[in-house]
Write a protein that binds this ligand. Sequence first.
Ligand code: HAM
Length: 426
Amino acid sequence: MLQKPKGTYDIYGDKAIEVLYLKKLIEALMDKYNASYFETPIFESSELFHRGVGETTDIVSKETYDFKDRGDRNLTLRPEGTAGIVRSFIENKLYADSLPLKAWYFGPMFRYERPQAGRYREFYQFGFEAFGSNDPMMDAEVIGIIVNLFNILGLKGIKVNINTLGDKESRENYRKALLDYFKPYLNDLCEDCKKRYEKNPLRILDCKVDKENEIMKNAPKMVDYLNEESKNHFEKVKEYLDALNIDYTINSNIVRGLDYYTHTVFEVEADIKGFGSQNVLAAGGRYDHLVEFIGGPSVPGVGFALGLERLLLALEKEGIDIKEKEPLDVYIFGASKEEKKYILSLGNTLRMNGFNVEIDYNNKSFKSNFKKADSLLAKYIIIIGEEEVKSKILTVKNNKTKEEYKVKLDNLIEFLDEKLGDDDED
Ligand code: HAM
């Protein structure tokens, strides 16, 4: 039997209900922020992700799905959303519009990682990117979106960790300090960290292997290398977070796995017992030079992405149920095969008038049709027989109270509108 590829999963049944529920909730939240929806290609030119900045990131160095198409082009399945949105922002000259532009997206990302709980090779991200504001107010606003989403869902066990990487100058000074500091200890570090030392010493700080190593704990801290402007920016971010009543922890070991960050970086983790090691639900930061680096004008950006699977896991761990089924307005079935055309057309008319309708396609017995209507949480049932077709008077049954109404076909829509409107007010 053919099976799905390792590290992927199917969305159907309850999971599909949950995913659609979250997507709708996110869409409504994004409307509140005046954010625009984006969809960019699932594959892009490889060079968009393999930018060769001279620095190393796990995603760029070993985790992408790269392939050649039949035209010998080098393509990559997107490992994250930011680079594609930035490419689109530049290619469509959106920087010429009034800024800031707030963009959001929702879709699959691909990384060749070792699968485990909360880590997949195909996973979904909800992401947000704001272009054209270097004001620290936007950094706080972006973190606020994540916190608001969790609050709306009632998710309590979360922890917001923030840090700053400073601007280019501060980062360069810090880089030098790290090189000096780690030099005598190189042999005590893991193999990956030895490579990081050469290419991007900041990444040594979030090594999972050497985490408990004393050498790490005593390493120089970014805060001590920030210039005035960077310090100021971070102070303001904190003030704006306070203004939004957001609790946060400053965690100087957050450097993030992607190379494009400047100033604020953050990770929102699940603070839930037994959650497992893949506990970062959402993460992001500011990237003031990425647009320019990818070939656009100098436009600052800040954003985040949230992992859908980890959010679902967090909701499950906290016992928050979001898989409530939408009830059906009307279920229609026929007394015999003779009424099939009639129920098909009646169902169609009702759907086009705004009702959610299911019909019986398989000539099931009365008993199984009633059962089906129950399982779909149908509010009303219409049974069509020879008599109904002839008289154009239909029997409409309230599936909760079991009350029956005789309704003229011509008045059916009005009747249902009124009844279902009443139900909604309950
Ligand atoms: P990231 O930290 O690589 O950042 O990923 C963001 C989130 O995606 C993670 O916190 C996690 O919830 C989820 N995630 C990442 N990898 C996996 C995986 N293999 N399986 C399941 N979930 C995963 C970014 O992607 C940046 N683009 C965020 C950003 C946006 N920064 C600025 N703007």
